[in-house]
Design a protein around this ligand. Structure first.
Ligand SMILES: *[C@@H]1O[C@H](CO)[C@@H](O)[C@H](O)[C@H]1NC(C)=O
Ligand SMILES: *[C@@H]1O[C@H](CO)[C@@H](O)[C@H](O)[C@H]1NC(C)=O
Ligand SMILES: *[C@@H]1O[C@H](CO)[C@@H](O)[C@H](O)[C@H]1NC(C)=O
Ligand SMILES: *[C@@H]1O[C@H](CO)[C@@H](O)[C@H](O)[C@H]1NC(C)=O
Ligand SMILES: *[C@@H]1O[C@H](CO)[C@@H](O)[C@H](O)[C@H]1NC(C)=O
Ligand SMILES: *[C@@H]1O[C@H](CO)[C@@H](O)[C@H](O)[C@H]1NC(C)=O
Ligand SMILES: *[C@@H]1O[C@H](CO)[C@@H](O)[C@H](O)[C@H]1NC(C)=O
Length: 275
C-alpha cells in the first residue's frame, strides 16, 4: 500500500490517559486498504471501567453535523465496526478496506475515560483515473495568422480525484496552456490542457505532461507522459511513469492507465501513417 503516513507520538502531559500512537496515512490510492492506529495508555493507577474508544469520519471541509461514527469499543464489550468495509485490528486500530474517493475526509480518534482525548488527521484517497494521455499533432494551418507550421500539444486525464492540475513542459520549461477541469461525476474530475507551439522551435524537444493534485503532496503523486517531438510530426519516444520523490516508496501504475496511454500512442502513430 502506498502511503505517506503521519506518525505522531504524543507525550503524556497529565497523569491520566494519553495517546501513545496515532497514525492516519494522508494519501491512499483508491482500491488500497488504509490502516489507522490509535493506541492509548492509561496512567498506572487508572481504571478502565468507564473507558470507551471511538473512530469518527467527517468529510473534507465538512461540519460537525456531518461527522459519522466508524468504530466503537466500550470497556468490557467487544469492539464494533459501524461501517461494513472496516476490519477491526488490535489496540483499537481499524483497517479501511478497498477505499474509494468518497472515503477522503478527516479521521478522528476519541478516547474517553476520566479525561477525554481527541486526535485527528486528514486522509485523501486519490485515483489517477484514465492516466495521462498526451497528443502532439502537427498542423499546417494553425490558429494564428502566419503561415508557419505549428504543433498542437494536448493532454488529458479522466475520472481522477481529488481536484487535478495538468502542466505541460517543453524541455523542462513550463509553457502557458489553456486549461479546463470538469467535475465529471460525483467527486471525479476530467482535466484538459493544451498549447499551440511553433513547429521550428519545438523540433527535437521533449514534451512532458504531468498530473498533480491540489489536496495532496503534488510531487509525490504525479503521473507523467513524455514524447520527443522530432520536427516531422512523428514522435520517436513515449513513456509513462510515476514520479515519486520518495525513493523507498514505489507503486505500480494500474494497467488501465498504461494501456490507455499506449493506445493513444498507437492511435497517434496510425493517424500519422495515414497522412
Ligand atoms: C475545502 O476548502 C478549501 C478552502 O476553502 C478549498 O480550497 C477546497 O477546495 C475545499 N475542498 C473540498 C474537497 O471541498
Ligand atoms: C473495491 O471497491 C470497488 C468500488 O469502489 C468495487 O468495484 C470493487 O469490486 C471492490 N474490490 C474488492 C476487492 O472488493
Ligand atoms: C504566460 O502568460 C503570462 C501572463 O499571461 C505572461 O506574463 C508570461 O510571459 C507567459 N509565459 C510564457 C512562457 O509565454
Ligand atoms: C460534482 O458534481 C456532482 C453532480 O454530478 C455533485 O453532486 C457534486 O457536488 C459536485 N462536486 C463538486 C466538488 O463540485
Ligand atoms: C484547447 O482547450 C480549450 C479548453 O479546453 C478548448 O476549447 C480548445 O478547443 C482546445 N484547443 C485545441 C486546439 O485543442
Ligand atoms: C511534499 O514532498 C516533498 C518531497 O518529499 C517535501 O519536500 C515537501 O515538504 C512536501 N510538502 C508537503 C506540503 O507535505
Ligand atoms: C522522426 O521520426 C520518424 C519516425 O520515427 C523518422 O522516420 C524520421 O526520420 C525522424 N526524423 C528526424 C529528423 O529525426
Amino acid at each position: 500500500m502506498w502511503r505517506l503516513g503521519v506518525l505522531l507520538t504524543l507525550i503524556a502531559v497529565s497523569e491520566q490517559l494519553s495517546i501513545l500512537t496515532f497514525d492516519v496515512p494522508n494519501a491512499v490510492r483508491a482500491g488500497d486498504d488504509a490502516a489507522l492506529r490509535c493506541q492509548y495508555e492509561l496512567s498506572p493507577d487508572e481504571s478502565d471501567k468507564t473507558l470507551f474508544v471511538k473512530w469518527w469520519w467527517t468529510p473534507i471541509n465538512g461540519s460537525s453535523d456531518e461527522r459519522s461514527q466508524l468504530y466503537q469499543r466500550i470497556a468490557g464489550r467487544d469492539p464494533v465496526a459501524i461501517h461494513h468495509n472496516i476490519k477491526i485490528e488490535e489496540n483499537d486500530g481499524i483497517l479501511l478496506l478497498n477505499v474509494s474517493v468518497k472515503d477522503s475526509g478527516v479521521y478522528e480518534c476519541e478516547v474517553s475515560n476520566i479525561d477525554e482525548v481527541r486526535v485527528y488527521e486528514k486522509l485523501i484517497v486519490f485515483t489517477p483515473g484514465s492516466g495521462v494521455e498526451l497528443d502532439v499533432i502537427r498542423t499546417e494551418d494553425g490558429p494564428d495568422a502566419d503561415e508557419d507550421e505549428e504543433v498542437i500539444v494536448s493532454c488529458k486525464v479522466e475520472a481522477v480525484a481529488p481536484y487535478p492540475h495538468l502542466t505541460i513542459t517543453v524541455d523542462g520549461e513550463l509553457v502557458n496552456t489553456t486549461d479546463l477541469v470538469i467535475n465529471s461525476s460525483d467527486e471525479l474530475y476530467d482535466a484538459y490542457s493544451n498549447v499551440t507551439l511553433s513547429d521550428d522551435a519545438t523540433a527535437g524537444s521533449e514534451i512532458t505532461c504531468r498530473l498533480a493534485f491540489a489536496d495532496v503532496n503534488v510531487t509525490d503523486i504525479s503521473f507523467v507522459a513524455t514524447e520527443i517531438y522530432n520536427g516531422t510530426g512523428l514522435t520517436t519516444e513515449s513513456t509513462t511513469e510515476v514520479a515519486s520523490t520518495e525513493a523507498t516508496e514505489n507503486y505500480e501504475i494500474n494497467s488501465q492507465a498504461l494501456s490507455s496511454v499506449s493506445w493513444s500512442v498507437i492511435i497517434l502513430a496510425v493517424s500519422f501513417l495515414l497522412y
